[in-house]
Design a protein around this ligand. Structure first.
Ligand code: F6R
Length: 350
């Protein structure tokens, strides 16, 4: 298979998802201008709940991983209906509810619960029912530019929610860290683009290394959340199963499944960080040995940059492009998500 034939890539991508991926740096720069209106009225919450589903929760995973090394305030990602009982008015909590379309029932339910409990809530959305709710209730609303698939709006979702926390007195990363992240994704937009041949394109190399096998993506303590993002991007863009896990947890369960003959049909992608603790590095090394002894093999991707926003956003870009080439290589249109849409349609009709 060649991924360097532009006709192959273009034929599989009639909705031009490649242009959205290439414009990701511009999306990130635009995200830096987005603020909540009316402004938030809460300062230094004692608990932050980031509510969202699917692609709209991906920014929350990245943000929570950035907060984990910085904040003394718990930041939890909530995927589901309602809100956890800990998010009550007495907890001095803040709910950041992200739904790109604004029509996701779980996220709407989280917002309704926040309103009922009088917990401050800010909405990140292009509009839809969530936009309507924000408008009628006078809730702070970060209005996101529309026209994208939710999972491709990661720059808006991650950077705008980071700004929300900053405006609430919880600084997750300084301007320099954010600028580093935007510079890195700008470099990657060139390095990973379809015009760059596979010999010099890490995303194409990864897609070729995976080939027809099942990808299994493993992160470390900081990069585990990005591993999950790779999995969902592969599922939605390439319409293929993928596994994701984090070290050390997967050492205590999933490692057991790395056996012949299944190992031969699986390719591991290890998301490494040069700042990972030595215990995690040792576990990656031993995991790789076990995978190879079972007849499998692994690729390693190293996070670039110094700050966590750059590392995580950079790895997320690499994953998005890898899933794009897995789609293109298989002649699959990365844009539509017909099963998701059908499921939502049937739920609405039920
Ligand atoms: C579609 C996608 C999905 C959606 C999810 C929730 O591109 O990524 O995972 O993100 O179905 O919808 P939104 O994001 O509109 O709340």
């Amino acid at each position: 298979m060649t991924l360097d034939d532009p006709r192959l890539i273009e034929r599989a991508d009639p909705h031009r998802a490649r242009e959205v991926l290439t414009a990701f740096p511009a999306q990130c720069r635009c995200a830096l201008t987005l603020v909540a209106t009316p402004p938030l009225a809460i300062s230094r919450p004692g608990l932050v709940v980031l509510a969202g589903m699917g692609g709209s929760a991906a920014g929350a995973d990245l943000l929570a991983a950035c907060c984990a090394e910085r904040l003394d305030v718990p930041v939890v990602v909530h995927r589901g209906y309602g809100l956890p009982p800990t998010a009550g008015a007495g907890a001095h909590a803040l709910v950041v509810a992200a739904s790109y379309s604004g029509d996701t029932e779980e996220t709407l339910s989280a917002v309704e619960t926040a309103v009922e409990r009088r917990v401050p809530v800010v909405a990140l959305t292009t509009g839809g029912r969530l936009g309507e709710l924000a408008r009628t209730r006078g809730l702070p609303w970060v209005e996101l530019p529309d026209g994208l698939m939710p999972r491709m709006a990661l720059g808006y979702l991650f950077l705008a929610s980071q700004r929300v926390l900053r405006d609430a007195g919880l600084a997750v990363g300084g301007d320099a860290e954010v600028a580093e992240a935007v510079d890195l994704v700008s470099a990657l937009a060139d390095e990973l683009a379809p015009a760059r041949p596979a010999v010099r394109n890490e995303a194409k190399q990864l897609a070729l290394a995976v080939g027809a096998r099942m990808p299994a993506i493993y992160g470390g303590s900081a990069t585990g959340g990005v591993a999950y993002r790779w999995k969902t991007d592969i599922e939605e863009n390439a319409k293929r199963f993928a596994l994701a896990g984090a070290i050390p947890e997967m050492n205590h369960n999933e490692v057991e499944a790395w056996r012949a003959p299944a190992a031969k049909g699986t390719h591991a992608i290890l998301l490494r960080d040069r700042a990972e603790p030595p215990e995690i590095a040792r576990r990656f090394t031993v995991l790789r040995e076990l995978i190879e002894e079972a007849g499998g093999d692994a690729s390693e991707c190293w996070a670039r940059g110094a700050g966590r926003p750059a590392k995580l956003l950079g790895l997320a870009c690499l994953g998005a492009w890898t899933s794009y080439y897995l789609a293109g290589g298989g002649g699959v249109d990365p844009w539509p998500v017909e099963r998701l849409d059908e499921l939502k349609r049937r739920l609405r009709a039920a």
